[in-house]
Ligand binder design. Structure first.
Ligand code: SF4
Length: 460
């Protein structure tokens, strides 16, 4: 028998360690690079020290993220010595080489081919046609039952606080059929929930004039609504992230009411004071936005709205800030994240008005978070007594924590249709029978804490 392809051969498998920093979009980039490297026969090492080469996928969005990225590069150099840098910070290579002239290569965001080429140069692949098989669903860094689905790169907006268009360029949408094929492969591989992401999800397809592509004998346009509908037909949960508040977002709400996509909207409103929104170069129609939110909830009463805001934006007055708090009272959003404004180098916003002192930013951040906490808690309590579908993320027991009867019943952590992984709350679930990760159970909600819910499985 010919044993040339057995693993006990002479050439050692090349091993690469990988650090992925930044947002879910960067995580998808990492998944793509890793998929490709694994397909070519590279192995992933758990530590830099145990690898032949380290790749660091950096984030350059805020100064604090850049500092974290530089620290990660330094650590990889110390522990391994052979380091390739990619990701958002790669768009400004001089910042990296000034501090670490010894890095082997620097590539920018989405430059998968360049990263892989750099890895080939530094650590040639061991060709083995028997081992170099690419699982059709790719290698995912997220748990198996949910996956991020990136539908476009770049952004055509020019929000004055953001340098992403500079780093990542203008909007480039993937053909709808490509996105749908990837979604189908992921679902075939066990994914139960698709998290649709991009810099600006609702602008999807505007760069290609909503061109249609062929999918299962029909044409699907590269349009936010059409793609959401087609994804919703695949049988998995579909969650929409980073939806810029364009008027046409209203069209997707009926799909949520019909249960085609999850009744969940992640819309970064960023502020409510018209003067601040104008300086941010964001849509500034806060009254209209309140009416739209009310209308969305009329059409889809289960809708969960998550948003993010920036406090301490240049020129933000106490009055602007109070207006934001009042707006939050009226909007009654379910989940809110808040950032203190950071003067990212190169952002237009820094030149528009006087900077807000750090102490004021800090004070406003605490006020906003405290203010919203009461609203979010009130919204969460409305779910007590209802039955919710819950996707199971983590299981414990049956010999884990005991139930009230002391019988050592299985417990788990999951999420309702209104909770995105990693950013929203969870449901602590008790169950009579063991649960499986990725399973969707019907849970009666019995109690609400500040962020999380507690309940018992009543059906599957
Ligand atoms: S929409 Fe998002 S990515 Fe685009 S410029 Fe604004 S903040 Fe940046």
């Amino acid at each position: 028998m010919d044993n040339r392809h057995s693993t006990g051969d002479t050439a050692r498998v090349p091993r690469v360690s990988f650090v992925s920093l930044g947002c879910p979009k960067a995580l998808v980039d990492s998944e793509r690079i890793i998929t490709r490297l694994r397909a070519e026969g590279y192995e992933l090492a758990r530590s830099h020290a145990g690898a032949d080469l380290a790749v660091v996928n950096t984030c350059g969005f805020l100064d604090s993220a850049q500092a974290e990225s530089l620290a990660a590069i330094g650590q990889a150099l110390n522990e391994n010595g052979k380091v390739i840098v990619t990701g958002c910070m790669g768009a400004e290579p001089e910042k990296i080489t000034a501090r670490y002239p010894g890095v082997l290569a620097i590539t920018g965001p989405q430059q998968y081919e360049s990263v892989v080429a750099a890895v080939h140069r530094a650590l040639p692949p061991r060709h083995d046609p028997f081992l170099d098989l690419l699982p059709p669903e790719g290698i995912k860094l997220t748990p198996r039952h949910y996956a991020y689905l990136k539908i476009s790169e770049g952004c055509n907006n020019r929000c004055s606080f953001c340098i992403i268009p500079k780093l990542r360029g203008d909007l480039v949408s993937r053909p709808a059929a490509d996105v749908l094929r990837e979604a189908e492969r992921l679902i075939a591989a066990g994914v139960k929930e698709l998290l649709v992401i991009s810099q600006d999800t609702s602008a999807y397809g505007s760069d290609v004039k909503y061109a249609a592509s062929a999918w299962k004998g029909r044409e699907v346009r590269a349009k936010f609504l059409d793609l959401a509908r087609a994804l919703g037909e695949l049988g998995a949960w579909v969650r929409l992230h980073y939806v810029y508040p364009y008027p046409h977002v209203d069209e997707v709400i009926p799909l949520m009411a019909e249960g085609k996509v999850l009744p969940y909207l992640d819309v970064p409103f960023q502020h409510a004071a018209p003067a601040v929104l104008r300086r941010m170069k964001r849509p500034a129609a806060q009254e209209k936005t309140l009416q739209r939110i009310a209308r969305w909830r009329e059409i889809c009463p289960d809708l969960t709205i998550r948003s993010t805001f920036i406090v301490g934006f240049p020129g933000e007055s106490e009055e602007d800030f109070r207006l934001l708090l009042d707006w939050l009272d009226a909007a009654e959003l379910d989940r809110v994240g808040c950032f203190r404004y950071e003067p990212v180098a190169g952002a237009l916003a820094n030149e528009l008005a006087t900077a807000v002192p750090n102490a004021v930013k800090e004070e406003r951040w605490h006020r906003l978070m405290g203010h919203q906490q009461a609203i979010s808690a009130r919204r969460l309590r409305r779910r007590v007594g209802t039955r919710q579908q819950v996707i199971i993320d983590e299981v414990h027991g049956p010999r884990g924590e005991s139930d009230a009867a002391g019988a050592g019943a299985p417990t788990a952590k999951g999420r309702t249709r209104g909770d995105a992984p990693e950013i929203d709350g969870v449901v602590h679930v008790a169950s009579r029978r063991p649960l499986r990760q990725g399973e969707i159970a019907t849970v009666r909600i019995e109690r609400a804490g500040e962020y999380d819910l507690h309940g018992t499985v009543v059906g599957f």
